[in-house]
Design a binder for this molecule. Structure first.
Ligand SMILES: Nc1ncnc2c1ncn2[C@@H]1O[C@H](COP(=O)(O)OP(=O)(O)OP(=O)(O)O)[C@@H](O)[C@H]1O
Ligand SMILES: [Mg+2]
Length: 213
């Protein structure tokens, strides 16, 4: 029996108040079973990123429910519930040029979530995790001491993927993760995402413009 990991029920997301209120998402309804890839496809401005951001808690909802692993996650949550979700739901962003901290080394970028959530026993274990994930995404250990501007767009997106996956999430929201790339890099990034899904049993919400992707 497939098990639902996330369910979006009658969700409305609006910006602004009163006469300035703008409803960006009306009545969204869908669910994603564990281990599946669910694609959200639509034209620019249709509210795809807005829904993704609501699931990770960066946008408030004005109506409806978002259920994750059996619990409602929009609205009030305790500090520890929030922390748990930040780890379990990760997002890969549309624009790898804008989503990495330019002043941090790759080592720091990949470790930040581990530091924040104490997801390692000691320094040795942290280093081992980082070294493993950097290789898994097809980069090298010596890349860890470099800064984002020293990488190509495709490599930066690999860093973005590594940053999400090192948290061992259950759900990954991939917001047009390949739209910035040419065809050969697109295929590489998609294959990488597929590989991780198989190995780690990840569930994906995959946002795209284009059905063929
Ligand atoms: N913080 C915000 N404040 C006001 N309006 C917003 C905000 N975020 C998004 N919107 C509006 O919500 C609508 C949906 O935007 P969203 O970014 O979700 O679209 P999208 O489907 O992801 O588009 P694209 O394919 O271009 O990425 C747009 O009209 C946008 O202007
Ligand atoms: Mg978008």
């Amino acid at each position: 029996m497939p098990e639902k990991l996330v369910e979006v029920k009658d969700v409305e997301i609006s910006f602004g108040e009163g006469r300035k209120k703008f409803v960006a998402v009306h009545n969204a309804n869908f669910f994603i079973n564990k281990g599946e890839t669910f694609s959200l496809v639509g034209e620019s401005g249709s509210g795809k990123t807005t829904i993704g951001r609501a699931i990770i808690g960066l946008n408030d909802t004005s109506n409806g429910e978002i259920i994750f692993d059996g619990k409602k996650i929009n609205g009030y949550l305790s500090h520890s519930e929030k922390n748990d979700l930040i780890r379990r739901i990760q997002m890969i962003f549309q624009d790898p040029a804008a989503s990495l901290n330019e002043r941090a080394t790759v080592d720091y970028i990949l470790s930040e979530g581990l530091y924040n959530f104490h997801l390692y026993k000691d320094e040795e274990e942290r280093k081992a995790k980082i070294k493993e994930i950097i290789k898994e995404v097809g980069l090298l250990e010596e890349h860890l001491t470099r800064y984002p501007h020293e990488f190509s767009g495709g490599q930066r997106q690999r860093i973005g993927i590594a940053r999400s996956l090192v948290m061992q999430p259950d759900l990954v929201i991939a917001d047009e993760p390949i739209s910035a790339f040419d065809v050969s890099v697109r295929a590489q990034v998609l294959n990488l995402l597929k590989k991780f899904q198989k190995e780690l049993g990840l569930t994906y919400l995959f946002i795209a413009h284009d059905l063929s992707v």
